[in-house]
Design a protein around this ligand. Structure first.
Ligand SMILES: [Zn+2]
Length: 85
């Protein structure tokens, strides 16, 4: 059986786009921004929208994501809140 950990990202103020990588959806689609073969789902810290589907958490460290659903800025880093949903 596949074991997937769901992690809520930390919601942060809007980062400076000149200093940080910010990934966001090109349109209003509500679907994962990144999909892969990893063991972790990353969820928006505000609305629990799935931002990264089946990724390896290490690959998204220090990247900011803007949620397509609620517009929150989320930061992926090493000290997330974990949930077991
Ligand atoms: Zn959201």
């Amino acid at each position: 059986m596949e074991k997937v950990t769901s992690i809520q990202l930390q919601v942060v103020p809007k980062p400076d786009p000149r200093e940080f990588t910010i990934l966001q959806w090109p349109d209003d689609r509500v679907q994962p921004l990144v999909t892969g073969d990893g063991d972790t789902n990353l969820l928006c810290g505000t609305c629990h929208n799935i931002i990264c589907d089946h990724v390896f958490q290490d690959t998204v460290n220090n990247i900011y994501f803007q949620c397509s659903k609620c517009g929150s800025y989320n930061h992926a880093r090493g000290t997330p809140c974990r949930s077991t949903e």
